[in-house]
Design a protein around this ligand. Structure first.
Ligand code: PMP
Length: 288
């Protein structure tokens, strides 16, 4: 049975209750984070906490905890759940109040954390890659905020599932933004290309790790706008997220990407990412 954290207490998930008037439930008025934990150590926690602060600032909600408090709460949650590799979901809403769009005064935010086992993506996917579709990015223009109101992302992801694909790659005004729950890179002529971080995409923690690994390992890379035509003519298309790590998209809209197999850039980055994870498992500072 999994142990969760809710408003100051650890408890079995079955015992956790929140009010139907919680603004997260009523309005989707809240933000969240997903933090991968390897060998009981949160990966890139400082970066996740920085992004959490950015999201909270974006919705004008005070951070209920200091970074040190978050660190301690996370450690307790990890300790009280099974497995060394976990995926911690952290969620803060504006709290419980009579339904009214305007911010209520003097209420406490709802703070919720849960953990699930973090399963490495199936090995077969590294040899076959995954298929994705494209869709128009019809979300709002503050996609840099990790908001819990994910209805557009849910609907966009389902479009992929409906046709047997795994992810939906998003295009806004002729340019690649990201995907429904991951960031997207392309490769052309051995150059790794990434769309720039702005208000139209979530600044992925894995996205940053990939660009750092590229810089440290002399992999040619550029951060710049990527047109839909470039996406469709890419030699490789890569997806990144904290839970999926790096994956190769080998079919896009049912058309083969490059030669239809995970390419050499994917293989190199996948290996470097595994090495980066292994380093933190040995207690290196990459965990912070
Ligand atoms: N974009 C979106 C819309 C996401 O939901 C996510 C996380 N699932 C990402 C990108 C990847 O971010 P991260 O690498 O921090 O998991």
């Amino acid at each position: 049975m999994s142990t969760i954290y809710l408003n100051g207490k650890l408890m079995p998930i079955e015992e956790a209750c929140i009010s139907v008037l919680d603004r997260g439930f009523i309005f989707g008025d809240g933000v969240y984070e997903v933090i991968p934990v390897y060998s009981s150590k949160p990966f890139r926690l400082d970066n996740h906490l920085l992004r959490l602060q950015h999201s909270l600032d974006g919705i004008r909600l005070n951070n209920p905890n200091s970074n040190e408090q978050w660190r301690q709460l996370l450690a307790q949650l990890i300790e009280n759940n099974d497995g060394d590799d976990q995926s911690v979901y952290l969620h803060i809403t504006r709290g419980v109040a009579k339904r009214d769009h305007a911010f209520p005064e003097n209420i406490e935010p709802t703070v919720f954390m849960m953990s699930s086992p973090l399963l490495a993506p199936p090995k077969a996917l590294f040899t076959t890659g995954i298929s994705a579709i494209t869709a128009v990015d019809n979300r709002w223009i503050r996609c840099d905020i990790k908001a819990i109101s994910l209805l557009p992302n849910v609907l966009l992801r389902q479009e992929a599932i409906d046709v047997g694909a795994v992810e939906t790659v998003l295009i806004r005004d002729g340019f690649l933004t990201e995907a429904s729950a991951s960031n997207i890179f392309i490769v052309k002529n051995n150059v790794l290309l990434a769309p720039p971080k702005n208000h139209l995409m979530l600044p992925g923690i894995t996205y940053d790790v990939i660009l750092e690994l590229a810089a440290e390992n002399n992999i040619s890379h550029e951060v710049r706008d990527i047109s839909e035509a470039e996406l469709r003519n890419a030699d490789e298309v890569l997806l990144t997220s904290s839970t999926k790590e790096v994956m190769a998209i080998t079919r896009l809209d049912d058309i083969q990407v490059g030669d239809g197999k995970p390419g050499s850039m994917f293989k190199q980055l996948h290996q470097l990412y595994q090495h980066c994870k292994a380093t933190i498992m040995r207690g290196n500072s990459a965990s912070s």
